[in-house]
Design a protein. Structure first.
Length: 378
């Protein structure tokens, strides 16, 4: 049996379990192809950007009224230019790639962590870079955008969440999963910079399980979805994944169970999220989740909890700061959505565990975490 045939059988067995699952019309195929980058109006574009990498496509059942595409950029983690221009260069490259899309996408979604330390200089720099894209743009915040001034600059530039809109038969929703951390800073008399510094760490040893949707947004989500038909195509944008992947790094939202209870009646729900900086795919109940790339750097996979349906990305070359990062394109066609990881390298997927950093299959099990004891579920 070939590796491809073995992989297809594993995927088929996962998708056809006799319990709650996405709509039965869901089909997933994995196909890889070379996509050449063409920079509009620049003859040197192909030489500069070369061949795009192998790209993963997920075909999903959707009922869009007319085909359309949108682009996703997130996790740029910009510093001021006088501190670091590397991340600026990569964000600018992603913007140029989106501008070069033919036909152009209907809109751009920015998925949070525009800034690194929430500095208004960083946020305004990111706003100026994204202004080069003349498409309609939608925004949700990341924790790096928020905790210096508690979202004041972010909200003034990009508005507030949650929000929703309809587009060609699809309901789009943007949630804020980052602003509801429990206040640990006041008792410690932290300065805004100290607070932001703790929120900017991966392991969250001080900030704790800060990621959450919150009761107010849960009520809003339930109210927003209740008039919709149960087979209505729904796309939910969040910075953090809406399931329990790895709580010690806040690769989750702490109230993910309530989120899934609200979403349970709906058969065509897709969550697109940033924050994890890696190729990631999961299904729980009727919701499928897609993790998106960062333009800044790739995070390693967590030591446990990587969803079994994920085909891990290969380890990035630390000597190439454009390796392992990129942006995303979603093309919605009736009856499917094609998702493309626009990663800036040739070899995207790891063929062996040692190349992927996910270890053996024993750590690809979703199970209750120690964070459930740290933060009692209510």
């Amino acid at each position: 049996m070939s590796d491809l045939e073995r992989e297809r059988r594993v995927i088929e067995s996962e998708l056809n379990k006799p319990d709650d699952r996405p709509d039965r019309s869901l089909k997933i195929t994995r196909r890889t192809f070379l996509h050449r980058s063409i920079v509009a109006g620049a003859a040197a574009g192909a030489a500069t950007y070369g061949w795009f990498p192998l790209i993963n496509t997920l075909n999903m059942a959707f009922g869009a009224q007319a085909p359309f595409a949108f682009a996703w950029i997130s996790d740029t983690h910009l510093y001021p230019k006088n501190v670091n221009t590397r991340f600026v260069e990569k964000a600018t490259r992603a913007v140029k790639d989106v501008q070069a899309m033919k036909p152009p996408p209907d809109f751009l979604m920015f998925g949070g962590d525009l800034a690194q330390l929430g500095d208004p200089v960083e946020l305004r720099l990111g706003n100026d870079i994204l202004k080069e894209i003349t498409l309609k743009k939608h925004f949700i915040p990341g924790e790096h955008d928020w905790y210096l001034d508690m979202g004041k600059t972010w909200s003034s530039l990009f508005g507030k969440s949650p929000w929703t809109f309809e587009h060609k038969g699809v309901t789009f929703i943007g949630l804020d999963t980052v602003s509801r951390a429990p206040d640990y800073w006041s008792a410690s008399k932290m300065s805004p910079k100290d607070r932001m510094g703790h929120m900017a760490t991966l392991d969250g040893s001080v900030a704790g399980p800060w990621a959450g949707v919150g009761n107010d947004q849960l009520q809003w989500l339930n109210k927003t979805l209740s008039p919709l038909a149960k087979d209505k195509p729904i796309v939910i944008f969040t910075h953090n994944p809406l399931y329990e992947y790895y709580p010690p790094w806040n690769f989750w939202v702490r109230d993910w169970r309530q989120v899934h209870e609200i979403l349970k009646p709906y058969a065509n729900v897709t969550n697109i999220h940033g924050h994890t900086h890696q190729v990631l795919y999961n299904e729980i109940g009727a919701m499928r989740s897609i993790g998106m790339l960062a333009t800044s750097w790739p995070w390693p996979y967590a030591p446990e909890g990587v969803p079994a349906l994920t085909k891990p990305m290969i380890r990035a070359n630390p000597g190439d700061h454009f390796d392992g990062v990129g942006w995303g394109k979603m093309t919605i066609k009736a009856p499917r959505v094609e998702h493309e990881y626009m990663m800036w390298r040739k070899d995207v997927y790891a063929e062996t565990a040692v190349d992927s950093g996910t270890g053996d299959n024993g750590n690809q099990i979703l199970r209750p975490r120690v964070a459930d004891q740290m933060w009692p579920y209510k």
